[in-house]
Design a protein around this ligand. Structure first.
Ligand code: S3P
Length: 171
């Protein structure tokens, strides 16, 4: 199986959709943010605070090279800015999870742990800036995607079904 790379804005539901895909497939799952936290033994918000965003992006780049050269049969959930790595298309089939900015924020806010979900993402601290970032990134996500899934008002289960169907057609 070719790897699947999930891309999309912060809070769009990459993690929950990945967990659902696992239940209905034989993919191994990894998450680039989790890898960075375990590699550095630090929370992402602290890496941003102490080492800075550029250092975080360097770790993402290192992970992208490892993914390209060493990983198979894997569903890779990525942080919202990971799509900028140069070799993204070489890692696997790119699946973009799409939703309007306001729906993404609504989705986060209705979660029982919404405060911590917002706090752990440094680039979501200022919603006005985050919306600008979203506007910049959305066309770039679309340009890279092999498969696009509109996740608005759909459950993780519905999205995962759609994902597996579209990815298999694409294979
Ligand atoms: C980021 C998204 C975050 C995390 C970091 C930077 C971004 O991941 O990688 O805070 O640049 O969009 P999620 O998309 O899982 O929130």
């Amino acid at each position: 199986m070719k790897n699947i790379v999930l891309i999309g804005f912060m809070g769009v539901g990459k993690g929950s959709i990945a967990r659902e895909v696992l239940k209905h497939s034989d993919y191994i799952a990894i998450d680039t943010d989790d890898l960075i936290e375990s590699m550095s033994n630090k929370k992402i918000k602290n890496i941003f605070k102490h080492e800075g965003e550029a250092y975080f992006r360097k770790l993402e780049k290192n992970i992208s090279l490892w993914l390209e050269n060493s990983v198979q049969n894997t569903l890779v959930s990525t942080g919202g800015g990971f799509y900028k790595v140069e070799n993204l298309k070489k890692i696997g089939t790119i699946v973009f999870l799409d939703s309007p900015f306001d729906d993404i924020i609504k989705r986060i806010k209705k979660h029982p742990n919404s405060a911590s979900k917002l706090k752990k993402r440094p680039l979501l601290n200022d919603l006005k800036k985050a919306k600008e970032l979203y506007k910049l990134r959305r066309p770039e996500y679309l340009a890279l995607a092999d498969v696009v899934i509109d996740v608005t008002n759909k459950s993780a289960q519905e999205c995962s079904k759609e994902l597996l169907k579209k990815v298999n057609k694409n294979a």
